[in-house]
Design a protein around this ligand. Structure first.
Ligand SMILES: Cc1cc2nc3c(=O)[nH]c(=O)nc-3n(C[C@H](O)[C@H](O)[C@H](O)COP(=O)(O)OP(=O)(O)OC[C@H]3O[C@@H](n4cnc5c(N)ncnc54)[C@H](O)[C@@H]3O)c2cc1C
Length: 318
């Protein structure tokens, strides 16, 4: 039984290496305004180094080229990687590609794995996941309106999606669409793998976000509006069985929630360090900010909240 809140020494060594690597090699890239192709070129040598350290695509099982680490180790890795928006990309475990790889591995046919999963894992293709729609609450996706209608050997998709991360740089997108409107509400939707250049699929724009208030075209980290107008795909585009859309989504959301939480803790750690650093030299009204009681309270409260969140997330992972 282990209940000592410490990481085994061999794995801690890997985490220590990651901490330095993210700080020294990855974060400096954030200061460059690189287009997507330029970024891919810049990170290629770093991705090779990650692979040499056996830390590439660690969310997957060894037979898929991953490390089979399980959620606690992955959580600790994501805490470090989340401190930079480029961290997960360099380690081959960025959302939404990691979740897409998980569902392709879980329910994809051999042919779908060969065509989509293998290049995704190799870092040769990138992907997006399109569930959320502007006219329905994303928190309650049983109200989805995007449809996929069977027409002979094809499916024809129509709908409107938004906040679709990385759609403007993706090679393919997994779209959730209603295939049986009369079914029980969690059995109505199915998932489809669609090449991003499929006729009728339009990546309309990158939506502004807090991270990126003025998005530039062809850069990493977009959250896009996507319209599907009579997008026709073959029967082989269907992922899993008709009606399994929600079931498949849960396979990605369980681990995905933990990864997201740990990445946000990594972001919080970085912001916290900046706050503490600033407090040591900003001089106002007779002394530095860090000597004022209110600022000290803010710092202490932040540290306590972050520690509580970290332990809760790691317990969920465990
Ligand atoms: C940066 C970013 C990236 C994203 N990437 C993707 C992506 O790649 N693919 C994709 O499909 N989607 C993506 N999304 C969309 C995301 O999944 C939705 O924003 C999310 O599901 C919430 O849906 P909504 O925005 O429609 O909010 P709503 O569902 O309309 O919620 C509005 C408010 O109501 C609250 N609320 C909702 N239900 C309840 C309830 N039962 N009780 C109390 N309060 C409630 C919510 O907390 C929220 O404050 C992304 C969003 C963002 C911001």
């Amino acid at each position: 039984m282990s209940w000592d809140f410490s990481t085994e020494p061999e794995f801690q060594q890997k985490l220590d290496w990651m901490t330095v690597f993210v700080r020294e090699e990855i974060r400096p890239l954030e200061t460059l305004e690189l287009t997507w192709p330029q970024l891919l070129k810049a990170i290629a040598p770093l991705q090779r180094e990650v692979k040499a350290h056996h830390l590439w695509a660690a969310h997957l099982d060894p037979e898929l080229g991953g490390q089979g680490y399980g959620q606690v180790k992955l959580g600790l890795m994501h805490e470090i990687l989340g401190s930079s928006p480029l961290g997960p990309l360099v380690f081959g475990c960025q959302a939404p590609d990691s979740g897409n790889a998980e569902i392709l591995a879980a329910v994809g046919t051999d042919e779908q794995k060969r065509r989509w999963l293998d290049p995704l894992l190799a870092g040769e293709k990138y992907s997006a996941f399109a569930l959320t729609e502007p006219d329905n609450a994303g928190a309650d996706p049983v109200n989805l309106q995007t449809t996929a209608v069977r027409d002979g050997d094809s499916w024809v998709l129509n709908g409107h999606k938004w906040f679709i991360s990385n759609a403007s740089t993706a090679d393919f997108v997994i779209v959730v669409a209603v295939t049986d409107p009369d079914a029980e509400r969690h059995r109505r939707a199915s998932q489809f793998i669609i090449p991003i250049d499929a006729p009728g699929l339009d990546v309309v724009r990158d939506i502004a976000s807090m991270e990126n208030p003025s998005p530039r075209e062809n850069t990493y980290g977009s959250h896009c509006e996507v319209v599907l107008r009579d997008v026709r795909v073959g029967a082989d585009a269907l992922l899993g069985n008709p009606g399994d859309g929600f079931l498949i989504s849960q396979k990605r959301l369980g681990p995905g929630r933990i990864h997201h939480c740990m990445r946000w803790i990594g972001q919080s750690n970085r912001a916290f360090d900046m706050m503490c650093e600033r407090a040591t030299y900003r001089f106002a009204h007779g002394n530095v900010l860090g000597e004022k009681q209110t600022v000290r309270n803010w710092i202490a409260d932040s540290a306590a909240e972050m520690q509580a969140l970290r332990l809760m997330t790691l317990q969920a992972a465990w």
